[in-house]
Design a binder for this molecule. Sequence first.
Ligand code: HEM
Ligand code: SF4
Ligand code: SF4
Length: 390
Amino acid sequence: MSAYEQLIKSGNKFFLVFEDLTNKIMTSKYNPLYYHGALPQFYLWVLYLSGLLLFAYYIPTVDNAYLSKALINAWTSVEYINDSIPFGAVVRGIHRYAGDAMVITILLHAIRVWFTDRYRQYRWLQWFSGIVLFVMVLFIGQTGYYLVWDERSLALTRMTVYALEGVPFFGPGLKEWFLNGDTISNYTMSNYLFIHIGLSFALLFGLWIHYVRMTRPVMTPPPAINYVLMALLLVFVFMFPITSGKMASLNGPPPTGFEMDWFFLAPYALMNSLPSALVYWLVVAGITVGACLLPMPWSFLIKEPPVEAAEVVLNKCVGCNLCYLDCPYQAIEMVPAPANSRFKLLATVLPYRCSGCGVCVGACAFDAIDLPDLPDANVLAQVKQIMEAK
Ligand code: HEM
Ligand code: SF4
Ligand code: SF4
């Protein structure tokens, strides 16, 4: 057994023990491990809803003094939400902590599918799209911090500009794109808002790709789990209320020391404390590791006998759709039956998507679909033998 197989086996064992323990505490109906994909999805809905409420009062400008005697900009609008809108601070806190919770639950989900070996073969698209989704989530979270327009936002903006300027060849273009012009201006803030909201909606497209090959993905935990997830968020909101730093000042002295969020701002925190050359190499290493994760479904292959795809017995299939509805991996297509058939449709298996799980065999009431390497008749004979032996 290769070292990689050993690692996966140990990870799987750990999850089984942990699963057993959590089942004893929470019962299998409410065990969050069985809803690992649904947890980040839940926090995404919370982010959309809380983000929508914040958007109602947020003003994406650096300086809007010409429209009003009092200065109105992104920072003052966030302060207004925090201090003057009923429950504004709570909504802001929920939005902030739901972002962190989403990162944690995505990591849990990814580790779970990895260690339970549910990411290869016909699941490659979920893995691949999952990595892209995760990178998008990290970037969306980062842009959220730019939007507040406090000293931290300004420092992050300057650090990003500094880093982009260092990118060979594309540097000036990237800087111009990031700032939406040559310098920090009101257009910079609209760009941040555009990226933050635009990418958040692009997540939906990414999720559609993530789910498209799964027939019945578990996307919603039972209400009781939702309440607990929400209660956990509120505990953080009230115990550690969110505040902004001082308003950013383009002409003032550079800010000294501000709070860093390790979930979204880790590269900046490193930039703050390590020499830039080292951070540069750490970021390059991070991107390389991320890029190496993408082809994981095809790497370190665990040796298994090849899967024989299910086969339809053409003269028995009545085109009833049942196997098509039940197949977990969208590996069955219903195509028009040949002209001489009494039926309208015929099931066809797409071998490259078939996992050989046999669900379709159980679904078919007409013995019209079977697994070549494990025929239905053999399974029945084995079951009969076991029953007779008892
Ligand atoms: C925005 C973040 C994500 C959300 C909301 C999400 C959601 C989900 C959901 C709801 C499922 C169905 C789970 C089930 O039916 O049991 C799923 C499956 C899956 N996800 Fe994600 N996911 C996300 C990110 C990721 C990431 C980062 C990875 C891995 C790098 C990943 C890999 C997978 C795989 C391999 C499956 C198939 C698992 C199976 O068939 O048991 N996902 N995801
Ligand atoms: S064995 Fe049947 S149900 Fe399972 S993946 Fe293949 S076609 Fe779908
Ligand atoms: S369940 Fe059986 S009869 Fe119905 S479409 Fe599938 S293979 Fe054909």
